[in-house]
Write a protein that binds this ligand. Structure first.
Ligand SMILES: C[S@@+](CC[C@H](N)C(=O)[O-])C[C@H]1O[C@@H](n2cnc3c(N)ncnc32)[C@H](O)[C@@H]1O
Length: 250
């Protein structure tokens, strides 16, 4: 069993055991809200792009490919690149292409690549939209700003960075109730299906994730126009959008 420090160091490795069960566990833990949250942030991104269809999209921490599937359906002409540092998660994404390709033919054109969010193997100013769903939390506190900087570099002026992340509701009764659920009730149920390590990491990383305004400040620090964070399902999930300015602002 790893201690808290080790778990924080190995968020990539932790997903190897989880990969085959990731999607249904995610559905279970979010009470089926995860797909609606993903769809919401894609709609916010579309309005940030002033309703233009993005022609090239990069999805970081793509995992088993939930985002590329939605994107390929929403924007069938877009070139989509899904990257993740965990090969087991990426393998699930690649294997799922055949089963979805009748419903979503453009899914066959998605490019899957191994890669971390802090070092992007993508040319500067070459994509219109970068997304990261439930993955920004997994990038260490020390390197999160490197990720934001890299995304800024890769985006075309006017492009958007969309971060979807689990979080804590605003301070109050609901937050106290959710903390109780997260640390006292859920571990018992999740422990029935998943390694204890990965659930403990999930709960700790949600509780430690910066408050929404801090995430917006991180985006602004690297040059993005940061929009107000949007609370989804009462703040169990948060949507953050940064827009790369079209003109250089000194
Ligand atoms: C909870 S899954 C998210 C999967 C997917 N985006 C979704 O919407 O469900 C988190 C993913 O973050 C990836 N990850 C961990 N560390 C990372 C890093 N430094 N850069 C990019 N992705 C990372 C893991 O491998 C894992 O696949």
């Amino acid at each position: 069993m790893r201690n808290a420090e080790d778990r924080a160091k190995h968020p990539i490795e932790l997903f190897t055991d989880v990969a085959p069960r990731y999607e249904w566990m995610n559905t279970l833990m979010t009470a089926g809200r995860d797909q609606a949250w993903r769809r919401s942030i894609l709609n916010f991104a579309q309005s940030t792009l002033e309703q233009k269809q993005p022609s090239r999209i990069l999805d970081l921490a793509t995992g088993t490919g939930d985002f590329p599937r939605l994107m390929a359906k929403k924007w069938p002409k877009a070139e989509i690149i899904g990257t993740d540092p965990n090969q087991a998660m990426l393998n699930q994404a690649i294997q799922s292409v055949d089963s979805y390709s009748k419903k979503i033919p453009s899914l066959k054109n998605v490019r899957w690549e191994i890669g971390r969010g802090e070092e992007l193997n993508i040319e500067s100013e070459s994509v219109e939209l970068v997304t990261i769903g439930f993955g920004f939390r997994n990038i260490s506190e020390e390197t999160r700003l490197d990720c934001v900087r890299e995304v800024y570099r890769c985006l075309k002026p006017g492009g958007a960075f969309a971060i979807l992340e689990l979080g804590m509701p605003r301070p109050g009764l609901f937050r106290r109730f959710f903390s109780l659920l997260l640390f006292n009730v859920m571990p018992f149920f999740i422990g029935l299906f998943s390694p204890k390590d990965s659930y403990e990491y999930l709960a700790e990383s949600i509780a430690k994730f910066p408050e929404p305004e801090k995430v917006r400040s991180m985006l602004e620090l690297e040059g993005f126009i940061g929009f107000s964070p949007v609370a989804l399902s009462g703040g169990l999930c948060w949507a953050f959008i940064g827009k790369k300015p079209t003109h250089f602002c000194p």
